[in-house]
Design a protein around this ligand. Structure first.
Ligand code: NAD
Ligand code: ZN
Ligand code: ZN
Length: 351
């Protein structure tokens, strides 16, 4: 069945400007492409950064969004893993599967992919999206799995897990501090529990988010706007935490991490930083710490999918608000005022 020639999408119009409007429906451009009809999508903190003008590579006219689930409606001749009618998760990272970086499972640096959706090519906040390298960039949805939970697999669950928990080398018995209780920090909180840490301390400025963190398994929470978090943690540990996960992206929170990590510990930076931080190398050189950074690779998506399918992890708990596609602008308003609205993740559905 031929697709209609136009569809609705959330279009970036330059800093501070966006519209939900009619645009041409995407077409197959390369034999490795597939066209997916979105059934559910969401908004990421990164989309808000783009709207502020923080990501100049995104140009006016771009359809935003890099997360979602849907149904394959067209495939290029070279797509062999997926057929029309398949229900799929769209990965926020596109991978060709063939280049040097893909061979190392570092898909974020794929030479013909990486994070391009809703960035360098049109994204998922639309009725349809073109997915390049569909064979490697889509994941089949297991029968009967909660699709809201699976939207969290496009980006935030692998981000919190890979760049926070795995790079931070969270191990049984560890004391782990996560700075930032947004969706990414929460994803780190949920997945750190695979490794049975002794203490999971969540730090944020927002009491509502900290309350939510307690329900998701935080053993302690600290409001760093009210309490001196460094003092508190240095007093309640022998000599600091084993793992400090930075999930905000500002100098103040990086500074907390470097002041609470114990000798031999790990700082796993997940936050996207817009300016340099003051790294205390003169103090830390002797401490045998490991500092990691990274863009999500989504190479753990198949593993995380199994944990969601079995109910071991329930990321649908992060969904606080639901909208229909034609309420996209309202969804942005709510997500953009997350504090007041007590919003974490919003789901925007076709029906
Ligand atoms: P978010 O904005 O929803 O959450 C950030 C949280 O940090 C909020 O709850 C806020 O209250 C808290 N916060 C702000 N300033 C603070 C401070 N001084 N002290 C303590 N808490 C403070 O963001 P998110 O969607 O959860 O994403 C977190 C970070 O991860 C962002 O920087 C985002 O761009 C980044 N990110 C990185 C990757 C990657 O691949 N590395 C992928 C996705 C997102
Ligand atoms: Zn994102
Ligand atoms: Zn590649």
């Amino acid at each position: 069945m031929a697709l209609a020639s136009s569809m609705n999408a959330l279009v970036y119009k330059g800093p501070g400007e966006k519209a939900w409007e009619s645009v041409p429906t995407p077409r197959i451009l390369k034999p490795t492409d597939a066209i997916v009809e979105l059934t559910k999508t969401t908004i990421c903190g990164t989309d808000l950064h783009i709207l502020k003008g923080d990501v100049p590579a995104v140009t006016s006219g771009r359809i935003l969004g890099h997360e979602g689930v849907g149904i394959v409606v067209e495939t290029g001749d070279a797509v062999s893993n997926f057929s029309v009618g398949d229900r799929v998760i769209i990965s926020c990272v596109t991978s060709c599967g063939k280049c040097e970086y893909c061979k190392q499972q570092m898909y974020s640096h794929c030479e013909d992919g990486g994070w391009i959706l809703g960035h360098l090519i049109d994204g998922t906040q639309a009725e349809y999206v073109r997915i390049p390298h569909a064979d490697n960039s889509l994941y089949r949805i297991p029968e009967g799995t909660d699709e809201e939970a699976l939207v969290m697999l496009s980006d935030i669950l692998p981000t919190g897990f890979e760049i926070g928990v795995l790079y931070g080398a969270v191990s049984p018995g560890d004391t782990v501090a996560i700075v930032g209780a947004g969706p990414v920090g929460m994803a780190a909180l949920l997945t750190a529990q695979f490794y049975s840490p002794s203490r999971l301390i969540m730090i944020d400025l927002d009491d509502a988010r900290l309350e939510m963190a307690k329900r998701f398994g935080a053993t302690e929470v600290i409001n760093s706007g009210k309490v001196n978090v460094v003092e508190e943690l240095m007093n309640s540990t022998k000599d600091g935490v084993d793992v400090a996960i930075e999930a905000v992206g500002v100098p103040a929170t990086f500074d907390v991490c470097q002041n609470i990590v114990r000798p031999g510990g790990h700082i796993a930076n997940v936050g996207v930083h817009g300016k340099s931080v003051d790294f205390q190398i003169q103090k830390l050189w002797i401490q045998n710490i490991t500092l990691t950074t990274g863009l999500v690779n989504t190479n753990t998506t198949p593993m995380l999918l199994k944990t969601v399918e079995s109910g071991k992890v329930q990321p649908e708990q992060l969904v606080t608000h639901r909208f229909k596609f034609d309420e996209m602008l309202k969804a942005y308003e709510v997500f953009g005022n997350a504090g007041e609205e007590k919003a974490m993740k919003v789901i925007i559905s076709k029906d």
